[in-house]
Design a protein around this ligand. Sequence first.
Ligand SMILES: [Zn+2]
Length: 308
Amino acid sequence: MENRVIPDDIVQPFQLENAVARGRLVRLGPAAQEILNAHEYPDPVASILAETLALAALVAGIFKFDGLFSLQAKGDGPVGIVVADLTSDGALRGFAQFRADEVGALGDKWRDGPVPHLLGGGYLSFTVDQGAEADRYQGIVELTGATLADCAHNYFHQSDQFDGVVKLTSGRGDDGVWRSGGLLVQKMPPEGMVLQSGDAADEDFEEAWRRAVVLMSSSRDDELLNAGLHPHDLLFRLFHEDGVRVFDPDGLEMRCRCSAERVENMLKSFPRAEIETLKIDDDVVVSCEFCGRDYTFSEKELNRVYDG
Ligand SMILES: [Zn+2]
């Protein structure tokens, strides 16, 4: 018997039995909430950040990497930056920078097109960092389209390396707690040789791929956000006609990589006189943009950082 504990904060990989597509389903509950709780984000900002977290978790799986994957949207709109990053061992974090008055002035209008209303013009970048410079990859796409999913599709088109379709959603439950979720299907390269005329085989494959996209698109936002719906049950409902195989899920958790050592190294990259101007009541306080943790440096500690 399958253990019916319903997993949360996971990426669930799957593959269609017809070998046309593989994919990933992501559901974020407590991890998303913890990331959003580190700051007081207004709803529109929380919503786009929660979707960015889900997109990062989906797209990271396309790259087989050992290190850090990060997704960054930069625009000239009320939300200047949205960042989500994820290590290959499942540590997820993110933050957004925004101008509260401009976000507030939007009212509910942002829902018609979160990307143009919140981010405006700019770009979305996908970066894989595996330590060595040679193992770094960066893909960039302009922010075009109404939603983050539209931007991701433009990226897939442009990259030529993957043919995929994503669906993303985020929302606040009746309990006021944020969740986000999403689905990605990715076309697999045709394997082996089909013994029929080439055109017919291609058409069958393309037809099966289009069906996979239609089936994934039939998933509803409330299903992707439902903490009480087992991911296997949702995937089965969507893809049972073609058969779907699930693999072990990868867990995700909010874990920030900030540390006193990193903050000290950052301080040391500026002249001390410049850092002294940031003093509030004799201390310099550096806040982590991701988790909100404060690192406080007294005069004595600054002496240690700069002279030690
Ligand atoms: Zn931090």
